[in-house]
Design a binder for this molecule. Sequence first.
Ligand code: NAP
Length: 282
Amino acid sequence: MQTVTLNNGIEMPILGFGVFQVGADETQKAVESALSAGYRLLDTAAAYGNEDAVGAAIKASGIARDELFITTKLWIQDAPAEENTTRAFDESLQKLGLDYLDLYLMHQPFGDVYGQWRAMERANKEGRARAIGVSNFAADRLIDLIVNNEIVPAVNQIETHPFKQNNDYHELLSKEGVQIESWGPFAEGKNGLFTNDVLTKIGDAHGKSVAQVVLRYLTQRQIVVIPKSVNPDRMAQNLDVFDFELTADELESIKALDTGASQFFDHADPETVRHLAARRLS
Ligand code: NAP
């Protein structure tokens, strides 16, 4: 598996497996299938409610801990945020059955971000989180976090797919030493992604599916991807994307599919902020 090197020297697989919207009851089976297919990077979150099942699958796999790259995410904490973040971190570790994480992400740019980040910095310094990063941070919030804190986030996990490519932001992130990681690489199939003419034609030229073209497009541009699938054939298909190369013309025609807009919701929309910022995990 190809890797990217994060800003603290840690190697992260460029392609992994996401488990958002995989029910707690089907997660263990899905993750076990993904691990046997060859995935080594797993992406979950406290908010997905399936960390225990991910942990059970890791344990059942028997794969050595240092061959895996495990990411989970902190949900927004009430005050005192530092203390509560440390408690939430411990809970996630316990559910996953691990004594350290490879990457711990702040899931949303809301609440007492600075208190949360200080606790994450501490977990990183103690070696309990090998890398720390953020998710859903727009450029202004990310730069503010960087200039006002000690540790620069290693990763920003943001909605990134052919219809929302974040090309300018990708450049800024690279300059700041923050690895871009795509969530929703297929836009969950929205906007007709899997039947898009441009992507289908490029796939036909390489004997690859639309999903494989999308994952190649992103990984060829050094974007980490974590596609989700509960179907073992599609899991295998989504891993098999490193034996072909998109041409400059193909890259350009996919670049032209960018709409610049979210297929889900805009984290800068006041209603989205109200909705997400008010949510607490029970
Ligand atoms: P996604 O990966 O863009 O799309 C998943 C959908 O595509 C599922 O319906 C899946 O169906 C289908 N699919 C997968 N492979 C396929 C293939 N080869 N051909 C046809 N269909 C295929 O969506 P996502 O789950 O939202 O995003 C991926 C991961 O990103 C998540 O699981 C999560 O880890 C992370 N994420 C993070 C955030 C955040 O706020 N940080 C937000 C959303 C997601 P089947 O399962 O039936 O195959």
